[in-house]
Design a binder for this molecule. Structure first.
Ligand SMILES: NC(=O)c1ccc[n+]([C@@H]2O[C@H](COP(=O)([O-])OP(=O)(O)OC[C@H]3O[C@@H](n4cnc5c(N)ncnc54)[C@H](OP(=O)(O)O)[C@@H]3O)[C@@H](O)[C@H]2O)c1
Length: 251
């Protein structure tokens, strides 16, 4: 078991802390956010301290700050050369991390989503992917990426989650208007998508194969896929992914 610290105890740090505590690791988190910290303290009995306390009492340090305050918070802190650093901060480059966390030099950058707490969250990993695998697998599969550009592209794909949820909400709303039953409409829509995806083989080529198996000549499925293409939904998606990727590029 490891001594693990989290700096920035917000939305994403909380499920990470819960997952790591369930694995028996010894945890310490920073005092902010007060509400989340007091919930985690009551639930997991973890230690709470200043950011420097967290660093001094941890072998592995998770950086879970908003990118815009990372330099201000981390700059004055003193890291150790033997510490391993896991950064979940979008758009903070490896070079910037090395400067902020020197003399620590063992890094992995990743993109957790809150559902990692219950497993099934793929974790893109740039850097020390073995560290991430040791902490999160087998529940959450680690997907190694070769460079920072690829990591940022995975950040962009993660933004598809709210995009797809938004489309599903529109579909569920349409169904509710047709049936007059909002609860069942939303349950049906969400269960349909999650059930289909959880049963699906995730190896390369399967998305297109499953689509083509459904969208055959004359079907409602083909009408749907063709209409989305002709309505330029795919162009909007591609352009948005590119724009998000550019936003994450290091100047
Ligand atoms: N949310 C996600 O699903 C998600 C997914 C992947 C990656 N990320 C990345 O995770 C990072 C954090 O996102 P988040 O959604 O968890 O944001 P968040 O909820 O705002 O969490 C950031 C935390 O940092 C704390 N903080 C602010 N100033 C601090 C200081 N001086 N010392 C210590 N802690 C301080 C804040 O405390 P106060 O609340 O007291 O200000 C807040 O609890 C971002 O870089 C984001 O890119 C998030």
């Amino acid at each position: 078991m490891s001594r693990i610290g989290l700096i920035g105890t917000g939305h994403i740090a909380a499920p990470i802390a819960r997952f790591l505590a369930s694995k028996g690791h010894e945890l310490c988190v920073t005092e902010r956010n007060a509400q989340i910290v007091s919930d985690l303290k009551a639930e997991l009995g973890l230690r709470v301290g200043t950011a420097q306390d967290v660093i001094d009492t941890s072998d592995i340090v998770f950086l879970c700050l908003r990118p815009r305050i990372a330099a201000e918070v981390l700059g004055p802190l003193t890291f150790r050369p033997d510490q391993q650093i896991v950064s979940v901060m979008a758009g903070i480059s490896t070079n910037h991390l090395k400067t902020l966390c020197a003399p620590a030099s063992d890094f992995v950058q990743t993109i957790p989503l809150g559902f990692l707490q219950s497993g099934g969250c793929p974790l893109a990993a740039y850097g020390n992917d073995r560290l991430l695998a040791a902490l999160f697998e087998p529940e959450n599969p680690v997907v190694k990426v070769e460079d920072e550009g690829a990591l940022n592209a995975h950040f962009a794909i993660c933004a598809m989650v709210p995009g797809v949820l938004d489309l599903m909400a529109t579909g569920a709303e349409w169904l509710a208007n047709e049936t007059g039953d909002r609860d069942r409409a939303e349950f049906y829509t969400a269960q349909l998508m999650s059930g289909f995806l959880s049963a699906m083989d995730k190896s390369a080529g399967q998305l297109a194969e499953e689509r083509d198996a459904l969208a055959t000549e004359g079907t409602l499925s083909l009408q749907m896929t063709q209409s989305l293409h002709s309505g330029r939904a795919h162009e909007a998606l591609g352009a948005t992914l590119t724009a998000i990727g550019k936003r994450l590029e290091t100047p």
